[in-house]
Design a protein around this ligand. Structure first.
Ligand SMILES: Nc1ncnc2c1ncn2[C@@H]1O[C@H](COP(=O)(O)OP(=O)(O)OP(=O)(O)O)[C@@H](O)[C@H]1O
Ligand SMILES: [Mg+2]
Length: 313
């Protein structure tokens, strides 16, 4: 009996620990980039969808931007299509673009929307074509229909948020030529965070965060400044998917988004732990303090206090 009471008190303590965080984030927009790599297990996807629904019910405006690389590769292989990457980007000819659009917009987006909507009428899926949300142009001839963002029009997102919905964005961009472009979801998340004036941008991926040396699992970095993160790119410490993530952090943090987090989306409830507890999980990246880039100490932007979220509490 006493033991049960201890357990219940522990649960109550968890809830009260969340209170200042709930206050600080009330009404704030948080952009969550959900990586395809962390999305492949349906049970995990449900768990992330639960967390997103909970965030919405306690007052955050989550906006989801998703990837879907593994699902695209899977269908291309089943169709006996050539899967080719160049500098970490998928070479996307017209036929591949057709598959990218079908998988991202028709399958991955709708699965995520359905998972969130297990909790009620919450999520609406959109792609870059909808309301001209994402305009894009080709990155290079070599990559075909791989695009870069030229403009974001948040009208459709503003309206969905205003009406109480969670927008779920598939990162297919609308080209001036009437065709579609395949755009890296990290970069879109950064751009959308800026356009919405988001409080923070969170990257849910399949590793615990940013490693100083990816082969040394004891080298996880819990907090760093943007210039320190960019030094890791120039020092060849980062490869593949982490390079666009840091690029997206740069876009967001330089334009005034409060902070960026890289979390492991395959660890149950990493989102809730980051947003509603004092525990620092994953990697937090903050902007360089003005005029002090070299001497920047990310610990100065301590994440273990809600007052530091730039919130209103
Ligand atoms: N220094 C590093 N620290 C952490 N991860 C790294 C590092 N360097 C490279 N990586 C790689 O980055 C990967 C994450 O990026 P990746 O693009 O594969 O996933 P994602 O962006 O979450 O998913 P998607 O691209 O489908 O949206 C990790 O699985 C890891 O292999
Ligand atoms: Mg990626």
């Amino acid at each position: 009996m006493v033991k049960d009471m201890d357990l219940l008190l522990e649960k109550a303590a968890t809830l009260t620990e969340a209170l200042p965080w709930i206050k600080a984030t009330l009404g704030k927009t948080v952009v969550i980039k959900y990586g395809g790599a962390a999305m492949t297990d349906p049970a995990l996807r449900e768990s992330v969808a639960d967390d997103i629904a909970l965030m919405k019910f306690v007052g955050i405006n989550p906006v989801i931007v998703h990837g879907g690389g593994p699902a695209i590769t899977d269908l291309m292989e089943r169709l006996n299509m050539k899967v080719e990457f160049f500098d970490g980007l998928r070479v996307t000819d017209d036929a591949a673009m057709e598959v990218v659009k079908m998988v991202l917009v028709g399958k991955v987006n709708k699965e995520l929307v359905s998972s969130i909507n297990m909790h009620g009428r919450l999520a609406v899926g959109v792609s870059g074509d909808d309301g001209n949300l994402i305009r894009a142009r080709a990155v290079s001839e070599r990559l075909g229909r791989v695009g870069e963002v030229t403009a974001i029009d948040t009208t459709v997102l503003d309206n969905l948020i205003e009406d109480g919905f969670i927008p779920v964005v598939a990162t297919v961009g609308a080209g001036e030529d009437g065709g579609s472009f395949n755009i890296n979801a990290d970069l879109v998340a950064g751009e959308i965070a800026v356009a919405l004036g988001a409080e923070k941008v969170i990257f849910l991926t399949d590793v615990d965060g940013l490693y100083d040396d990816f082969d040394d699992k004891s080298s996880l970095i819990s907090a760093l400044t943007l210039s320190q993160a960019e030094d890791l790119i120039s020092g060849d410490t980062l490869s593949k998917g982490m390079i666009p993530k840091i690029g997206a952090c740069a876009i967001a943090l330089r334009a005034g988004v409060g902070r960026a987090h890289i979390l492991n989306g395959t660890v149950p409830h990493s989102l809730l732990l980051e947003v509603y507890t004092d525990a620092g999980v994953g990697t937090m990246i903050v902007a360089d303090p003005a005029g002090a880039a070299d001497a920047a100490d990310p610990a100065a932007a301590d994440a273990s206090s809600p007052a530091d979220t730039g919130g209103t509490a």
